[in-house]
Design a protein around this ligand. Structure first.
Ligand SMILES: Nc1ncnc2c1ncn2[C@@H]1O[C@H](COP(=O)(O)OP(=O)(O)OP(=O)(O)O)[C@@H](O)[C@H]1O
Ligand SMILES: [Mg+2]
Length: 286
């Protein structure tokens, strides 16, 4: 399912009547099966973009097409959008409301037409995918879980409908290293299975190591979009101070103080390793 964003703008209106331009003329195409990272400073419009993609806000101007269909056109079936686009918000705890974890996760399947037995099987799949023991967790209250567990339940409640596009707003903020790693592994597996992943993150490592495309916002404008490595290299050359670097980039920069020809295209740890192997003898170190 391809996404086309065309000259998209969004302005909030404050109670005072003042206008806040959160997105300004953003255009880009996201091919089916992409794994797109969205980065940008606080307030650059990332969450607003996601809300528009999920159809939760209508653009002030511009259009969003899913497989060629304008999702804000009159007559477009917004409820079908929910089956196709799954969103896990920045504070997913707010997405939990039922009395048990099982009911919470099953909610998205209410109008799916699946039989009760199929619903249970699907809920079990979603919770197990998120690393839970189904028998243990199903009757618990979502409110009694830890922050990280709540987030995993919220994600289960979104993937349960098997949406073709999965959008995450800051999914790994506040997770421990194990939780981060397993989330990123999970996102990669979903992507390999064909799901389009869109992930907002401030974590440079996660963006560098896991995403395939990177979309960069600053003050509501799209300032770069392309293959992750290329975008990292460009940002490193031009706007390092604003966007920072991945750790592999930082290590490469430190080494380059002594060895100026060390590749400036190092972005990931794998890049760093192969640049070092090259340095040590033509890459035949094994
Ligand atoms: N409900 C709202 N009412 C008014 N202005 C808003 C509202 N939500 C966001 N804004 C403003 O719109 C701009 C973009 O906000 P947005 O939440 O999209 O940024 P963000 O990139 O997600 O930031 P962060 O990294 O902090 O999550 C900011 O200037 C913000 O103050
Ligand atoms: Mg945000």
């Amino acid at each position: 399912m391809s996404i086309k964003i065309e000259n998209l703008s969004y302005s909030y209106r404050l109670p005072s009547g003042e206008k806040v331009d959160a997105l300004r003329g953003v255009s880009c195409d996201i091919a089916a099966g992409s794994f797109v990272g969205i980065m940008g400073p606080t307030g650059s419009g990332k969450t607003t973009l996601i809300q528009l993609l999920a159809g939760l806000r209508a653009p002030t101007s511009g259009r969003i097409y899913l497989n060629g269909e304008d999702i804000n056109a009159k007559g477009y079936d917004k409820s079908s959008l929910r089956q196709v686009v799954g969103v896990v918000f920045q504070v997913p705890e707010y997405q939990l409301f039922a009395t048990t974890v099982e009911k919470d996760v099953a909610f998205g399947l209410k109008y799916s037409g699946l039989s009760p037995r199929e619903v249970t099987a699907r809920v079990q799949w979603a919770l197990e995918t998120m690393g839970f023991d189904f028998a243990k967790i199903r009757h618990q209250s979502p409110l009694a879980l830890s922050g990280g567990e709540k987030r995993r339940v919220a994600i289960a409640g979104v993937i349960v409908t098997k949406p073709q596009i999965l959008i995450f707003d800051e999914p790994i903020a506040g997770l421990d290293p194990y939780g981060r790693e397993s989330f990123l592994q999970f996102a990669t597996e979903m992507n390999q299975a064909g799901t389009t992943i869109i992930m907002v993150s401030h974590n440079m490592e996660a963006l560098a190591e896991y995403t395939k495309q990177l979309l960069v916002l600053a003050q509501g404008r799209l300032i770069d979009y392309g293959p992750t490595r290329e975008v990292f290299v460009t940002l490193n050359q031009r706007r390092k101070a604003v966007f920072g670097q991945s750790k592999a980039q930082r290590i490469a920069a430190m080494l380059a103080e002594r060895k100026p020809d060390l590749s400036s295209t190092v972005v990931t740890y794998a890049d760093l390793l192969s640049a070092l192997k090259q340095e040590l003898g033509g890459g035949d170190l094994g």
